[in-house]
Design a protein around this ligand. Structure first.
Ligand code: KG4
Ligand code: ZN
Length: 339
């Protein structure tokens, strides 16, 4: 089955052509991802209106490009798969409008995909041997969720954040330390230059079911304000970064270990932009008695190959899709469309 995946839920415009077989093996034939980070830097976060305009501008150009690169023609597509949520509604509508017009023009079926389903299934793009059931930790600028993946289309939400996402916790902390948006990777890079810190943050409760980063955010704010010398002392700043990074990672790991204990599942997937964090990757892969699966980084962040894959798997298994009549901004995967 040849699938064109279309993704525009936040500030990445992406298109991908993916060939999927019934044994879940897949091949990415061509793909394009355009990140808009540079455009949003000066505003300190994603401006939805600007993001929508960029998607509108990018899709036709990327469409030409993926077909040129793959030497395929639009008539050869079997299925179109588009992200319909969760995400920024204006951005999602640009992708959906583009997909609807195209599906009509080439008379091909179109399915609506849940963005998080794309993330949790993304490791299959590179390794079809990942066994069900598994636990997926999805950590990005907009999401922090642990999902039990029982089989394709059958999900159970184990934990989610009740306030900020892990990426936001990194970015907001980085902002307090004077890093430009998105500061998470810069904070992490400086943290990795030291191996310990004299600073302490209160321990977060790993036994609670859901994630919460708001208490941590306040504690970080107080810690940064109490140590203004960091702006002139790079070593001190690195130590602050180390403490903040450790605290966010401990928070994520604590919940993941609890999920392993509660479910007995030992196959673990880490995905989303924050999975680039080296400390998180290391500690995640060392959870006792478990095996960790990571996609390649390009496909941990937002991309359209994972959307093509998720849409294709739903079609192959005759599972209902998420609809193509509208978009949604928030809706946990497990509460929506699970069989
Ligand atoms: O999945 P993603 O690329 O995009 C969206 O959320 O849309 O995730 C981006 C998030 C940002 O918050 C960024 O700061 C964070 O991932 N991030 C990191 C690292 N690399 C990216 N956070 C901590 N450490 C990193 N190395
Ligand atoms: Zn995402």
């Amino acid at each position: 089955m040849l699938i064109l995946g279309i993704e525009s839920s936040c500030d990445e415009t992406a298109l991908a052509l993916v060939r999927l077989s019934s044994d879940l093996s897949s091949e990415i034939l061509a793909e394009e991802v355009l990140s808009q980070t540079e455009i949003h830097i000066e505003y300190g976060g994603v401006v939805p209106e600007l993001a929508s305009r960029e998607h509108l501008k990018n899709f036709p150009l990327m469409y030409e490009s993926v077909f040129r690169k793959s030497n395929l023609s639009p008539e050869e597509i079997d299925l179109l798969a588009v992200t319909v949520g969760p995400g920024l509604k204006g951005c999602l509508l640009i992708g959906l409008g583009f997909a609807q017009g195209l599906a009509k023009a080439i008379a091909k079926p179109l399915v609506g995909v849940h963005h998080i389903e794309g993330h949790v299934l993304s490791p299959f793009l590179f390794d079809k041997s990942l066994p069900f059931p598994f636990l997926a930790l999805v950590v990005s600028g907009g999401h922090t969720e642990i999902i039990k993946v029982i089989s394709p289309g059958n999900y159970q939400l184990i934990s989610r954040t009740i306030d900020d996402a892990a990426g936001e916790a990194f970015d907001k902390s980085a902002n307090l330390l004077g890093f430009s948006y998105p500061g998470g990777p810069q904070l992490a890079a400086l943290a990795d230059t030291v191996t310990s810190s004299e600073f302490k943050l209160p321990e977060i409760m790993p036994t609670e079911r859901d994630f919460s980063f708001s208490g941590l955010k306040t504690a970080i704010l107080l810690l940064v304000k109490a140590n203004p010398e960091f702006s002139k002392d790079e070593m001190l700043k690195a130590q602050l970064c180390w403490t903040i990074q450790k605290s966010i990672v401990d928070n994520l790991l604590g919940k993941m270990k609890k999920a392993v204990r509660d479910t007995g599942i030992k196959n673990l997937v880490l995905t989303g932009g924050v999975s680039a964090n080296k400390l998180l990757r290391k500690e995640f892969s060392e959870i006792a008695g478990c095996r960790a699966w990571f996609g390649d980084f390009r496909h941990c962040i937002d991309n359209a190959a994972m959307i093509a894959l998720a849409g294709g798997i739903r079609k192959m298994h005759n599972l209902p899709d998420y609809g193509i009549k509208t978009v949604f901004s928030r809706q946990p995967l497990a509460e929506y469309g699970s069989s």
